[in-house]
Design a protein around this ligand. Sequence first.
Ligand code: BJW
Length: 232
Amino acid sequence: MNVLILTGAGISAESGVPTFRGEDGLWEGHRLDEVATPSAFERNPHLVHRFYNERRRSLLSESVQPNAAHIALAEFEAAHHDEFLLVTQNIDDLHYRAGSRNVLSMHGELLKAKCLDSGEVFPWQEDLTMETPHPRDPSQQGRLRPHVVWFGEMPFGLDLISTAAQSADLFVAIGTSAVVYPAAGIVDLTRADCRTVEINLDDTPQSTAFDESIRGKASVEVPKFLRQLTAT
Ligand code: BJW
């Protein structure tokens, strides 16, 4: 059985990482599209750096750890013998920390920085500012941006995602509001005989595209679903 998993902010909510479109979805009164676009970065790089610096610091704090849903996915993958791909929209590293191996971070990674000139990507744990020296040439400052995918930019791994969707026997979308494309459209790429399951606290605009809807917290429902799957 080939398995494709898609995760969104909801899977990390119980680890202390805020979602985008929930009650805590605003950052200092700014909407996401005011900070997560290339034009926002051009207009006000200080604001955008501050947004990601805060999130990076929080991600690296002791209190943010993988939860039972991240761990159950990693354990399932380790015991699974056919194809398994975990596509995450999240830029946190909680799937990696939980031990997942075949992870595609389609919207980038918060703990990496990208050179605006060369596109080279560096592991990054510090704050970024317009004064940050370039790792290869410290005389160059402010030429790094967070290695994340903003609106209007091309997400990573779309060919791989499309191939995995077409060969999946099971597709599970966990904790995503299904409003951001192309991630929200992955369910439409799966074959008619692929079992599709949505796990979320609430309905989403794509709920009717799934065969099954499981309503509840990811930390409870994901381990339960995967236990049932391995038992059958
Ligand atoms: C729980 C829970 C618990 C809570 N348990 N559940 C087709 C149609 C319409 C528009 C477009 C389209 N194609 C492209 C677009 C444009 C655009 C788009 O989709 N816009 C829409 C908003 C209308 N898409 C893009 O621009 C994308 N690029 C693109 O398509 O490029 C094509 C291209 C072609 C040619 C040239 C160039 C390009 C890029 C999208 C990038 C998204 N980036 C962000 C920011 C990343 C960096 C960062 O983190 O800051 O990604 S936006 C933000 O939204 C972030 C997320 O990954 C993404 C999705 O959010 P997610 O994960 O769904 O979170 P929430 O908060 O929305 O939902 C949480 C859910 O969890 C809720 O449902 C809760 O109920 C649930 N939940 N607690 C279970 N405990």
